[in-house]
Design a protein. Structure first.
Length: 132
């Protein structure tokens, strides 16, 4: 097993004891992303739609650093503090993902880091093992 840390400055830096992603052979495990601006490390302004888009942009940047794209995600976990926002997640996912869509779970939670309303993590499968 070869294990490599994935990092990009195009997504928020880890704000704890974790990596943005870890690649093991052809599988990339992406840590949760919240709507942080990677340049300022602050929560972006805007509504839940803006926040969902920022989360997906952050995940996309980490996917690219790991050698893939959002369309290489095979499992996506969505955490929402208000499940009434689930239809908005579906709508916006349609802008970012092509079919076949990843397997997905949507979980209602009491709270998320920094008081945000959405967080997503993922597992991505790519064709090539890690290379520098």
């Amino acid at each position: 097993m070869s294990k490599h840390v994935i990092f990009t400055d195009k997504a928020p830096q880890a704000i704890g004891t974790y990596s943005q992603a870890i690649k093991v052979d052809t599988t990339v495990y992406l840590s949760g992303q919240i709507p942080l601006d990677p340049e300022t490390m602050e929560i972006i302004d805007g509504d839940i739609r803006d926040h969902i888009r920022r989360v997906l942009e952050n995940l996309s940047a980490v996917c690219e650093a790991g050698g893939g794209s959002l369309n290489d995600i095979v499992k996506l976990n969505v955490y929402l503090t208000d499940l009434a926002n689930f239809p908005i997640v579906n709508e916006i996912m349609g802008e970012y993902f092509d079919q076949p869509y990843p397997a997905r779970a949507a979980v209602g939670v009491a709270a998320l880091p920094k008081g945000v309303g959405v967080e997503m993590d993922a597992i991505m499968e790519i064709n090539e093992p890690y290379s520098i």
